[in-house]
Design a protein around this ligand. Sequence first.
Ligand code: FES
Length: 110
Amino acid sequence: MDGDIIATKWIDVCALEEIPVRGARRMKWKGLELGLFRTSAHEVYAIDNECPHKKGPLSEGIVHDTGVTCPLHNFVIDLPTGLARGADEGCVKTFAVEVKDGRVLVEVGA
Ligand code: FES
């Protein structure tokens, strides 16, 4: 076989309306727990729901611009990159998201 084939899988997670504006919801899929976040501009991001600091549930944090503040100790995670902002260090895995016909699709891998 020539080259590697990287399998990906898009799953239909929910309707866009099921994620509150400037809010989040949690999803589980095959051992993954993701936070889905919707900004005031109606962009949707999916990241690992576990804070890189001490595993706080990011989907219970406060969404502002394109970031979320962890509810436990206030790390701010940048939703597009998954990186901690400011002086804090750490990052969470990000997942590609597509909103199509009012449905939210997330790429979760094979
Ligand atoms: S667990 Fe998120 S800031 Fe500490």
